[in-house]
Design a protein around this ligand. Structure first.
Ligand SMILES: *[C@@H]1O[C@H](CO)[C@@H](O)[C@H](O)[C@H]1NC(C)=O
Ligand SMILES: *[C@@H]1O[C@H](CO)[C@@H](O)[C@H](O)[C@H]1NC(C)=O
Ligand SMILES: *[C@@H]1O[C@H](CO)[C@@H](O)[C@H](O)[C@H]1NC(C)=O
Ligand SMILES: *[C@@H]1O[C@H](CO)[C@@H](O)[C@H](O)[C@H]1NC(C)=O
Ligand SMILES: *[C@@H]1O[C@H](CO)[C@@H](O)[C@H](O)[C@H]1NC(C)=O
Ligand SMILES: *[C@@H]1O[C@H](CO)[C@@H](O)[C@H](O)[C@H]1NC(C)=O
Ligand SMILES: *[C@@H]1O[C@H](CO)[C@@H](O)[C@H](O)[C@H]1NC(C)=O
Ligand SMILES: *[C@@H]1O[C@H](CO)[C@@H](O)[C@H](O)[C@H]1NC(C)=O
Length: 524
C-alpha cells in the first residue's frame, strides 16, 4: 500500500553519509551558553535567554555550516537545582520563547520547582530557520482564500479538492524552502537536544517534558539515545509509528466522548452554560448540536465585518468545535457561541472572527514543515491514503473528517528531512519513562498512550480522568503528586493508576491554583 521508496531512500542516505569522506573534519565544538536577560520587552526575574550553536546538517560530516538555537531558561525556585528539564509544547511548531509563560509556570509548579526549565525554538519555528512557504502575509492570505479548509465530508467533491490543495501547498513549500526546508525534521531536533544536554554540563542525561507533538520528539529521543534518558514525561501522546508512517487513524477516537462530556458538563452547571435550558438533557443537547452542524452544510451563516467577514459553514464550525475541546476553560464561551449559531443571532457573533483567527493562526507552515518532512509513505495516488481517511471517518462523528488537509499534504510532501527516524520504539531506556494521558483528549487518544507505554520497556501509563489536551488542561492533585514523586525521587506510579480531577467543567477555573496551595500546605 505504501511505497517502499522512502525506506530505500533512507538507506541510501545513510550509506551516502557513511561513505562520504572529508578532507576537513567537522569541528563544531560545544561552548558554554551565555545566559542573559531575554529582551527589554521580555525581562522577567528568574528567566534568561541564551544561544547555542549546533551543526545545521548532522547528516553531512563535511558540512561546517551552523545554526544558532535560541534557548530560554526558567530558574529552579529551590536550590540547588536538580538539573534542567527540556520542554516542548507541541504544535508541531510551538515556539519555546515568550508565549506559553503560563504553561511553563505550571510545569515549574508541577515538578516542584527543583529543576531549571529550558525551552527552545525548534528548527522551523521562531528565528530558527523559520519554515515559511510564502513571501508575504498577502501571498499567504490569498493562497488561503483560494483553498479554504474543507472537511472531507462537506460535499462529495471535498475529498478530491483537499488532495489537490495539498498537492499545490506541498509544491509551494518545496519552492519556497529549497534552501533549508530539509533540515527541520524531528531527528535533527533530537540531536539538537542532545547537544543542549551536553552543553548544560550537568550529568549528560536528558530530562524532558513533551506535550502532544513533544511526545513524538521525546519518543524519538528515547529510541535514538535510550542510554541518555533520565526522567522523561510524555503527556498527550501521539502514536510515533503512525506519525512517521503518516497513517494515524486513531487521532480522533476520543473526540466524541469529549463532546458528550461538553454537553453533560453544560447541563450540570446551567448557571454557567447558556445551552442548559428548558430541561433539555445532555443527549438532547448533543443531538441538537449535531443537527446544527448538518444544517450548516446547506445553510451556512454569513457574518459580515469590515474586514470581509466570515462564512460559518459545516467545515469551519466543526473545525472550531474540535479545537475548543482542547481547552475546557473556553467552554462557557463556546456554549454562548453555539447558542448564537443555533438561534442564528448574527449580531452576537461579532467577535467570532477574532476567536477563529486566534485558534487558527494563518501562519502555520512550520507545523507542516516539521510533520511532513518526518513522514514516509509519499504517493501520487490518493487511493493509497483512503484507508486512513475512512478509518478516521469511522472513528468520530464530530471530527473524523476534519484532519485531511495535513494528511494529504504530507502524503505529497517533497522535502523529506535529511534524517528521518525509521526505527521502532521497542527499547529499554536507562530510566523508565512516565506516560500520561487524559481520558477525553480530542487529538491524542488514550489508545496511543497505551501503545507507547507498551512499546517502551519499563514505562508506566498514568491516566487522568479529565478533559482537554494534556494533563495540564485540568488540575489533578493526584497527577501533581505523581509527577513530583517521579521527577524528585524517581518513583513511578503503580501501573493502571487513574487519577481523578480537581477541576469542574464550566467553572471557569482549571483548578490548579487550589491544587498547588494544597501541595504547599501539605509540605508545611
Ligand atoms: C531587565 O531588568 C533588569 C532589572 O529590572 C534591568 O537591570 C535590566 O537592564 C533589564 N534588561 C533589559 C534588557 O531591559
Ligand atoms: C504556581 O504556584 C504558585 C504558588 O503556589 C501559585 O501562586 C501560582 O499561581 C502557580 N502557578 C500556576 C500557573 O498555577
Ligand atoms: C532555490 O531556489 C532559488 C529560486 O528559484 C534558486 O535561486 C536557488 O538556487 C535554489 N537553491 C537550491 C539549493 O536549490
Ligand atoms: C422543567 O422541569 C420542571 C420540573 O420537572 C418543571 O416544573 C418545569 O415546568 C420544566 N420547565 C420547562 C421549560 O419545561
Ligand atoms: C491508484 O491506486 C488504485 C488502487 O491501488 C488503482 O486502482 C489505480 O489504478 C491507481 N491510479 C493510478 C492513476 O495509478
Ligand atoms: C467503518 O465501519 C464500518 C461499520 O462498522 C465497517 O464495516 C468498515 O469496515 C469500517 N471502515 C474502516 C475503513 O475502518
Ligand atoms: C462521512 O460520510 C460517510 C458517507 O456518507 C459516513 O458514513 C460517515 O459517517 C461520515 N463521517 C463523518 C465524520 O462525517
Ligand atoms: C502500536 O501502534 C503501531 C502502529 O499503529 C502498531 O503497529 C502496533 O502494533 C501497536 N503496538 C501495540 C503494542 O499496540
Amino acid at each position: 500500500m505504501f511505497s517502499l521508496l522512502p525506506l530505500s531512500h533512507f538507506l541510501f542516505l545513510l550509506s551516502a553519509v557513511l561513505a562520504k569522506r572529508c578532507d576537513q573534519h567537522r569541528t563544531i565544538p560545544n561552548h558554554e551558553i551565555d545566559w542573559k536577560s531575554c529582551s527589554p520587552d521580555f525581562n522577567e526575574t528568574g528567566v534568561s535567554c541564551g544561544n547555542l550553536v549546533v551543526p545545521l546538517d548532522y547528516s553531512d560530516p563535511c558540512s561546517i555550516e551552523t545554526l544558532e538555537l535560541k534557548l530560554l531558561k526558567v530558574d529552579a525556585v529551590r536550590s540547588p537545582s536538580k538539573g534542567s528539564i527540556l520542554l516542548n509544547f507541541g504544535g508541531p511548531g510551538a515556539r519555546g520563547k515568550p508565549p506559553l509563560a503560563k504553561e511553563r509556570e505550571l510545569i515549574l509548579n508541577l515538578t516542584g520547582g527543583h529543576h531549571d526549565l529550558v525551552t527552545f525554538d525548534p528548527r522551523g519555528t521562531g528565528d530558527t530557520i523559520p519554515f515559511s512557504c510564502y513571501g508575504s502575509d498577502e501571498e499567504r492570505a490569498s493562497a488561503l482564500n483560494a483553498s479554504p479548509r474543507l472537511s472531507s465530508n462537506a460535499s462529495d467533491v471535498a475529498l478530491g479538492r483537499i488532495w489537490a490543495d495539498g498537492q499545490l501547498f506541498a509544491e509551494t513549500c518545496r519552492e519556497a524552502q529549497n534552501e533549508t526546508g530539509t533540515f527541520v525534521g524531528t531527528a535533527f531536533v533530537v540531536r539538537d537536544m542532545m547537544r543542549m544536554v551536553d552543553t548544560l554540563d550537568e550529568d549528560g542525561m536528558l530530562r524532558f517534558w513533551g506535550l502532544s507533538y513533544g511526545t513524538i520528539l521525546g519518543a524519538t529521543a528515547a529510541a535514538m539515545f535510550p542510554k541518555k534518558m533520565d526522567k522523561v514525561i510524555l503527556d498527550a501522546v501521539a502514536n510515533p509509528l503512525d506519525w512517521y508512517a503518516n497513517r494515524d487513524s486513531d487521532l480522533y477516537s476520543d473526540v466524541d466522548k469529549a463532546f458528550s462530556g461538553f454537553c453533560a458538563g453544560c447541563i450540570a452547571r446551567p448557571k454557567d452554560c447558556v445551552l442548559a435550558k428548558d430541561n433539555i438533557t445532555a443527549s438532547e443537547l448533543e443531538a441538537k448540536i449535531y443537527a446544527l452542524f448538518d444544517d450548516l452544510k446547506r445553510n451556512p451563516i454569513a457574518v459580515p465585518s469590515p474586514s470581509g467577514g466570515i462564512i460559518l459553514d459545516y467545515s469551519m464550525a466543526r473545525r472550531w468545535m474540535h479545537a475548543v475541546l482542547y481547552f475546557p476553560l473556553l467552554w462557557t464561551n463556546t456554549a454562548r457561541i453555539l447558542h448564537s449559531l443555533l438561534t442564528r443571532d448574527i449580531q452576537s457573533l461579532d467577535g467570532f472572527q477574532d476567536i477563529l483567527s486566534s485558534i487558527f493562526p494563518t501562519n502555520n507552515e512550520a507545523k507542516f514543515g516539521i510533520a511532513c518532512s518526518d513522514a514516509f509513505g509519499q504517493t501520487s495516488n490518493i487511493s493509497d491514503i483512503l484507508p486512513t481517511v475512512y478509518a478516521r471517518h469511522n472513528s468520530s462523528r464530530l471530527s473524523g473528517d476534519t484532519g485531511e488537509y495535513m494528511l494529504m499534504t504530507c502524503a505529497q510532501w517533497k522535502l523529506p528531512a535529511k534524517e528521518r527516524f525509521n526505527g521502532d520504539f521497542r527499547v529499554k531506556t536507562k530510566n523508565p519513562m512516565l506516560v500520561i494521558s487524559t481520558l477525553y483528549d480530542p487529538i491524542t487518544p488514550l489508545t496511543s498512550a497505551r501503545n507507547v507505554s507498551e512499546t517502551f520497556d519499563g514505562s508506566v501509563l498514568l491516566q487522568q480522568d479529565s478533559y482537554g489536551h494534556g494533563a495540564i488542561s485540568q488540575a489533578s492533585l493526584c497527577t501533581a503528586k505523581a509527577v513530583r514523586a517521579y521527577f524528585v525521587d524517581g518513583k513511578l506510579p503503580s501501573p493502571n493508576t487513574v487519577c481523578g480531577t480537581d477541576a469542574v467543567l464550566f467553572s471557569g477555573s482549571s483548578g490548579w491554583d487550589k491544587v498547588f496551595e494544597k501541595l504547599d500546605a501539605d509540605k508545611e
